[in-house]
Design a protein around this ligand. Structure first.
Ligand SMILES: *[C@@H]1O[C@H](CO)[C@@H](O)[C@H](O)[C@H]1NC(C)=O
Ligand SMILES: *[C@@H]1O[C@H](CO)[C@@H](O)[C@H](O)[C@H]1NC(C)=O
Ligand SMILES: *[C@@H]1O[C@H](CO)[C@@H](O)[C@H](O)[C@H]1NC(C)=O
Ligand SMILES: *[C@@H]1O[C@H](CO)[C@@H](O)[C@H](O)[C@H]1NC(C)=O
Ligand SMILES: *[C@@H]1O[C@H](CO)[C@@H](O)[C@H](O)[C@H]1NC(C)=O
Ligand SMILES: *[C@@H]1O[C@H](CO)[C@@H](O)[C@H](O)[C@H]1NC(C)=O
Ligand SMILES: *[C@@H]1O[C@H](CO)[C@@H](O)[C@H](O)[C@H]1NC(C)=O
Ligand SMILES: *[C@@H]1O[C@H](CO)[C@@H](O)[C@H](O)[C@H]1NC(C)=O
Ligand SMILES: *[C@@H]1O[C@H](CO)[C@@H](O)[C@H](O)[C@H]1NC(C)=O
Length: 534
């Protein structure tokens, strides 16, 4: 189990999480990569893979099923998992389905029996720690839940909740309608339809203490290494650092916004140590869907300028709340580029279960396909790519721990390409993503980032090149594939690319090569499409 150094609330308020950057937990999480598990949809206790289920209802995945399939996750090189909330939820089937996702809390002091027993949850933590993997658990503090038939205000029996068993711990009912007014979206109730999400009064000192005591016990009982805080943006600011302090472990708080200042202020004001990186999530979709790669480059720069520390943001291309990448963008080469960026960008790579199987479900709940429907295919192209790249990232970190604290340099960007160099010389990873798709042309792209005469391996094709006097290598581009380069001598004996061949031009499948360096678009367009975001 990994814990932060303890520090007082007063110090937390003064210094924010700057002080956490010296704590073991934040440092350790920075070097991890997370596989996000939605427990009901990952694996069943009996291991069956043929059961069909209704996506609005329980599909009966369990912690025991997850334990039995940790090899599948670790086989991709992940060093942590994040799982669905673990506490007891409401049982009713409603107009918006059942609580299979775990976000409809009724009792924080009981485990969710659909997922398993107290002992099985402890066993999950043990099994992870035996593998030197970290355990992150999703927690809900914004609301408790009760089914209702859309009569307003929702009739809620507060005595059923534990520990917040009284109306006085909740805000009075109002519907969230003003998504840019913090008082409204923090104090009113989210989505009052079928389920009443009774909004917790997190300004109340009594509530701060009760939820702080709870999370501290939860972390201790189940040897939890980190928490994700659901809907952190919908909780008042002052609550968050006190709750994180009580938990005593690293926290990623969900702040769903593509606007730099809205998200980064959670770090710069010391409210949260880390957040899922929604700033780069949006361009990570658009640049593969008709837009220029400059949009992603600009979002990266904005995040670096606006946030305290982008190396503890969680880079992702998919999660359980957004449509799958492949829902809008089918092409496998584009999916590989997006996955490559997630795994090698600054920050903590976070891959949502099923992304490695190229699942293509659209909005909730269709983006929550049971992973067993893939039969846990370890030969799937994105499974293989993830394994290859995570293994390299883990190696780079082992060779030089400051790989994770060194912000990557942008060594090439144009409308079709983004190449980054991350890490100190000797253990740097140089990678290029592009948006040309599997129909993309063949051409040669000069890429820097090495020293004269360095022997370099492109680890997705296991091909070698020698750097020029100026430290450039030639990337033989084709079929829209991403490229990932590492020094050959640092790979010796690691199992990555035990055999190699010399890199050579790829025959064009689609007509004439394109010019390597294309003109750049202005960056101003980037946020234009983001006004509608929460
Ligand atoms: C990081 O955030 C803290 C407040 O929590 C602030 O005092 C500090 O100056 C920030 N550092 C940077 C590099 O922005
Ligand atoms: C899940 O388990 C419940 C309770 O045991 C059962 O009624 C239901 O049919 C199961 N659902 C599926 C999809 O197997
Ligand atoms: C909603 O109405 C249905 C049909 O009258 C009833 O069976 C159900 O118990 C009601 N649910 C709640 C939460 O009141
Ligand atoms: C709550 O507000 C949303 C807009 O944010 C609206 O779509 C919804 O119909 C409202 N629901 C109720 C019950 O008022
Ligand atoms: C932690 O474990 C103790 C002892 O079994 C139990 O009484 C307590 O309710 C548990 N707390 C949580 C938050 O699970
Ligand atoms: C790649 O970027 C170019 C230039 O912005 C754009 O025209 C093209 O549609 C993009 N390709 C894909 C597959 O999105
Ligand atoms: C990926 O697939 C290739 C070709 O089948 C195989 O040689 C390689 O070992 C696989 N890599 C991983 C990490 O599974
Ligand atoms: C070396 O690569 C960089 C891109 O990383 C490029 O801008 C530069 O023109 C290349 N130099 C040569 C001599 O090809
Ligand atoms: C790899 O390591 C072995 C054993 O240390 C050494 O004999 C061999 O020359 C090395 N190969 C390369 C390409 O560096």
């Amino acid at each position: 189990m990994v814990k932060t150094h303890s520090f007082t609330l007063a110090a937390a308020a003064l210094a924010g999480f700057a002080s956490l950057t010296h704590g073991a937990s934040l440092e350790d999480w920075r070097s991890r990569s997370i596989y996000q598990v939605m427990v009901d949809r990952f694996a069943r206790t009996d291991g069956s893979t043929d059961a069909a289920c209704v996506l609005y209802e329980w599909c009966n995945g369990t912690w025991a099923g997850l334990i039995n399939n940790l090899d599948y996750i670790q086989g991709m090189g992940f060093t942590a998992i994040q799982i669905s909330p673990v506490v007891k939820n409401m049982e009713q089937n409603t107009a918006v389905g059942e609580a299979y996702h775990g976000y409809w809390t009724v009792d924080d002091y009981a485990v969710n029996e659909h997922f398993g027993t107290v002992d099985e949850l402890k066993q999950l933590a043990d099994e992870l720690h035996k593998r030197d993997m970290y355990f992150m658990v999703d927690v809900v503090v914004n609301n408790f839940a009760a089914a209702f038939n859309n009569t307003l205000p929702p009739p809620v029996d507060y005595s059923k909740f534990n520990p917040l068993n009284n109306e006085k711990y909740f805000h009075k009912y109002c519907n969230v309608t003003e998504w840019d007014n913090p008082t409204n979206y923090q104090d009113c109730w989210l989505y009052p339809y079928g389920v009443a999400l009774a909004d917790v009064d997190t300004e109340s000192a009594e509530v701060v203490t009760m939820l702080g005591d709870w999370v501290k016990e939860l972390v201790s009982n189940y040897s939890i290494d980190g928490i994700r805080i659901d809907a952190a943006k919908h909780v008042d600011d002052a609550f968050l650092p006190q709750f994180v302090e009580a938990a005593g472990v690293f926290a990623m708080g969900e702040v769903l916004t593509g606007v730099t200042d809205d998200m980064c202020r959670y770090q710069t004001k010391g409210l949260l140590p880390g957040m899922p990186n929604y700033l780069e999530y949006y361009p990570l979709q658009t640049v593969f869907n008709g837009h220029s790669m400059w949009e992603l480059a600009t979002a990266r720069s904005n995040a670096q300028a606006g946030c305290n520390d982008t190396t503890v943001l969680g880079t992702f291309a998919e999660n359980h709340d957004v449509p799958r990448f492949a829902a809008a963008i089918e092409d496998m080469a584009l999916a590989k580029n997006a996955m490559t960026y997630v795994l090698l960008n600054d920050g903590i790579p976070t891959v949502y279960q099923g992304q490695e199987q190229h699942f293509s479900g659209n909005s909730t709940p269709f983006n929550r396909e049971p992973v067993w429907s893939s039969k846990y295919d370890t030969t799937a192209p994105l499974y293989n790519l993830t394994a290859q790249i995570n293994t390299l990232r883990n190696l780079a970190i082992k060779l030089s721990p400051d790989y994770v604290t060194t912000v990557a340099d942008q060594i090439l960007v144009d409308v079709n390409h983004l190449c980054l160099r991350k890490g100190k010389s000797g253990s740097q990873i140089v990678f290029c993503i592009n948006n040309q798709s599997s129909k993309g042309p063949s051409y040669e792209l000069p890429v820097g980032g090495f020293a004269a005469n360095d022997e370099v391996v492109e680890i997705l094709t296991c091909t070698t090149s020698t750097a020029s006097a100026g430290g450039n290598i030639t990337a033989y581009m084709g079929a829209g594939e991403p490229k990932v380069f590492f020094l050959a001598n640092a790979l010796n004996g690691t199992g990555i690319c035990p055999t190699t061949s010399v890199a050579k031009p790829i025959a064009s499948t689609n007509g004439a090569p394109i010019a390597a360096a294309l003109s750049s678009l202005g960056a101003a367009v980037v946020l234009a499409s983001m006004a509608f975001l929460l």
